[in-house]
Design a protein around this ligand. Structure first.
Ligand SMILES: Nc1ncnc2c1ncn2[C@@H]1O[C@H](COP(=O)(O)OP(=O)(O)OP(=O)(O)O)[C@@H](O)[C@H]1O
Ligand SMILES: Cc1ncc(CO)c(N)n1
Length: 269
């Protein structure tokens, strides 16, 4: 008789669907496959989206979100959760409550707007993100626009990233990654818990096909945490994975193409 296959760590994404397959739940599940964990999803919203932008968005009812979450967590179990597009205050509140009960590491990507500037979170939900979601995060991963939305701080350099990190940590996450991807020069992110500081530097790839970078980084961090890595190790591994995916990003459609989630599997062949 053959031995049963080993069970991989399980990671859940709570996020919106990107019909174009570059960001959102689709990016999360591809990242999870690439990094060897079993990926599961709670859909919060459906977007009609492509390389040119978001053409429409429809939120799911709160009962549908709660039911998906319970189905996964109560039967299959999770070792880490990642959140992305949560759309509205009621969904942010509901997801924050569910996460607080689950007691596993949580990566919160506080998605506010898409790369094209389309709103993925209602303005009135920002307060819930600050007061309910950030406090249950093990790691929060805002980009510079989300930092400004959440704290009012405008970041133009690395000293500004430090100030932004302190402001975000004031809302309660254990760690924060301030993503400096939108600043000129190298792609520099700051990971800190208020005591340790880790600067993660990668060469900027001159590639406009970067759709899904933020979702990919946050999901990859969740994969590392599900494997039992500590936060600095999980973030370092995730930065390597997203950097490789950006290097290999490719043109699709008439606008910004996706990062390549398959680069690591091909590199291993
Ligand atoms: N051109 C680039 N070359 C290398 N790394 C990059 C580049 N652009 C972004 N990054 C890195 O990608 C990761 C995601 O950062 P970014 O600021 O792009 O997230 P985001 O704006 O939330 O993404 P999105 O909203 O498209 O999902 C960070 O580690 C950042 O430093
Ligand atoms: C559904 C979805 N989630 C997150 C992002 C990130 O910007 C996106 N473009 N779409």
């Amino acid at each position: 008789m053959t031995a049963p296959a080993p069970v991989p760590p399980r990671v859940l994404t709570v996020a919106g669907s990107d019909s174009g397959g570059g960001a959102g739940v689709q990016a999360d599940l591809k990242t999870m496959l690439a990094l060897g964990v079993h990926g599961m999803s709670v859909l919060t919203a459906v977007t009609a989206q492509n390389s040119l932008g978001v053409q429409g968005a429809w939120e799911l009812p709160v009962d549908a979100v709660r039911a998906q979450y319970r189905s996964v967590v109560d039967d299959i179990g999770v070792q880490a959760v990642k959140t992305g597009m949560l759309s509205s205050a009621v969904l942010v509140d509901t997801v924050a409550e569910l996460l607080a009960e689950t007691g596993v590491p949580v990566v919160v990507d506080p998605v506010g707007v898409s790369k094209h500037g389309d709103a993925l979170l209602a303005a009135e939900a920002l307060d819930s993100v600050r007061t309910k979601l950030l406090p249950v995060a093990t790691v929060a991963t805002p980009n510079l626009d989300e930092v400004t939305q959440l704290t009012g701080v405008t970041v133009i350099d690395e000293e500004g990233m430090r100030r932004a990190a302190a402001e975000i940590l004031g809302h309660g996450p254990r760690w924060v990654v301030i993503k400096g991807g939108h600043l000129p020069g190298d792609a520099v992110d700051l990971l800190t818990d208020g005591r340790e500081e880790h600067w993660l530097r990668a060469p900027r790839h001159d590639n406009r096909h970067t759709h899904g970078t933020g979702c990919t980084l946050a999901s990859a961090i969740a994969c590392g945490l599900a494997r039992g890595q500590d936060v600095p190790a999980a973030v370092r591994g995730a930065k390597e994975y997203v950097t490789g995916a950006i290097r290999a990003g490719f043109a699709l459609g008439g606008g910004i193409g996706p990062v390549d989630h398959g680069w690591l599997a091909r590199a291993a062949r």
